[in-house]
Ligand binder design. Sequence first.
Ligand SMILES: N[C@@H](CCC(=O)N[C@@H](CS)C(=O)NCC(=O)O)C(=O)O
Length: 216
Amino acid sequence: MAKQAKHPILYSFRRCPYAMRARLALCISNINVEIREIVLRDKPTHMLEISPKATVPVLRLIDGTVIDESLDIMIYALGRQDPQEWLCEDQQTTDFLIKRNDRNFKYALDRYKYPDRYPEEDCSKMFDHGADILNDLNARIEKHGALVEDYNTLADYAIFPFIRQFANTDRPRFENLKLKPLENWLDDHLKSDLFQTIMHKYTPWQEGDDPIIFGA
Ligand SMILES: N[C@@H](CCC(=O)N[C@@H](CS)C(=O)NCC(=O)O)C(=O)O
């Protein structure tokens, strides 16, 4: 008989912004999971069995339920425990900002960062498309202190890993946008204990390894 898992299992990839947002929420909600760092080009068979769409993050609960969308993992974790009130009242703005990030901003980010992957497309305007969204985020932060409320909520944590990638692609070009409130907001996230914790480096998991508990 298969051994009963003691903890939920999280398949994760350190540098993936979707996996980062899932780890942020799991960490803040104090849910201990067995973390299995993967290599994208050599995904574990068990992960592919439980989630054939083959993207990280994937969370498998002890009862066998599989959650394989990063935002759903965040909402699951915060539904269990939400000590910093990331789930705020303004769900409409939160949904709008996250959807725009996951569709429009990610689209521009991929093409700005990896134009070689899109040889048929003209990627020359992708920095500007991303920057339009950054301008809007900057205005919101300038007005409220964070994206939705006057403190960081779900939208901030779901979005900043993507802004990090955009900024790191060409730091001087990003800084040249002169979006100080956004830059400070990003720096605060990157310097936070929470971010340091979720960016711990794990050796890729292999079948038979002893469990490594994340968040413990
Ligand atoms: N909608 C998914 C997207 C996850 C996603 O695309 N993750 C990337 C890594 S950043 C991935 O696993 N890609 C598969 C691959 O590169 O093989 C989510 O929010 O969880």
